[in-house]
Design a protein around this ligand. Structure first.
Ligand code: SAM
Length: 220
């Protein structure tokens, strides 16, 4: 970006919030240092965009804490050959982070207005490797799958079975799994032998609502 008043704050965010907590993948650190997070929140929140917390976006949803975005992205281990499915487009910020790491990115958002806004926000970046649709992402996106990588950015009670079906052998899937009030990051790896699983840190996401997620009306 030609003139970016938040460049310095963004670099500090990378050093003090992300690198300091152990994210070491240089590609992830580079992209987190490049992507202008403030452009993915409403204007009055721009000064807070590089803080160490999630922020509200439209429709009662959130843009995740920068460190959590970086950690999930590192766990996902995306490269330019990968076809990536993201569930929960939200602001489009994580979508851009994934797109900058290469590959093709398919992102599903349950709320049509958010999908529309994310498409608008991403337009100036002239990406030719991103497709966003409004749909219940717990079904996955079978028309364009299977995928090398799948990232769920909303809290799931359990990993939606269609996502496991649409993950390629050798593929990785990262999901915050647990209750509505708190979850753990889980990394699934699909191999010829079956599905491996490792448990990461505690996180707190808005719920994944859909056929293979939480019910919409359930009270958290
Ligand atoms: N990755 C986003 C970003 O960078 O701004 C943050 C995602 S926000 C924490 C979770 C998003 O998941 C919300 O926008 C919510 O509407 C969406 N969501 C919840 N259930 C969904 C579903 N079944 N399919 C697709 N999106 C869903």
């Amino acid at each position: 970006m030609a003139s970016d008043p938040y460049r310095h704050r963004r670099q500090q965010m990378v050093r003090k919030q992300i690198e300091a907590r152990g994210v070491g993948d240089p590609r992830v650190l580079r992209v987190m240092g490049e992507v202008p997070r403030h452009l993915f929140v409403r204007e009055h929140l721009h000064p807070q965009a590089y803080g160490d917390f999630a922020l509200p976006i439209e429709c009662g949803q959130t843009i995740s804490q920068p460190y959590v975005v970086a950690r999930m992205t590192e766990l996902l281990d995306v490269s330019s050959e990968h076809s990536v499915l993201e569930i929960g487009t939200g602001s489009g910020y994580q979508t851009l982070v994934l797109a900058r790491l290469g590959g093709r990115v398919f992102s599903l958002e349950r709320i049509a207005e958010l999908a529309r806004r994310a498409i608008e926000r991403l337009r100036p970046f002239e990406l030719d490797n991103v497709k966003i649709q409004a749909f219940d992402g717990t079904f996955g996106w079978s028309d364009v799958g299977p995928f090398d990588r799948i990232l769920v950015t909303a809290a799931a009670p359990h990993v939606p079975p269609p996502l496991i079906d649409q993950l390629k052998e050798g593929g990785k899937l990262v999901v915050p799994e647990g209750g509505r009030d708190g979850q753990r990051l889980i990394l699934y790896e699909k191999t010829a032998e079956g599905l491996g699983q490792s448990t990461g840190e505690a996180v707190s996401f808005v719920p994944l609502i859909g056929r293979h997620g939480w019910a919409e009306v359930e009270d958290g």
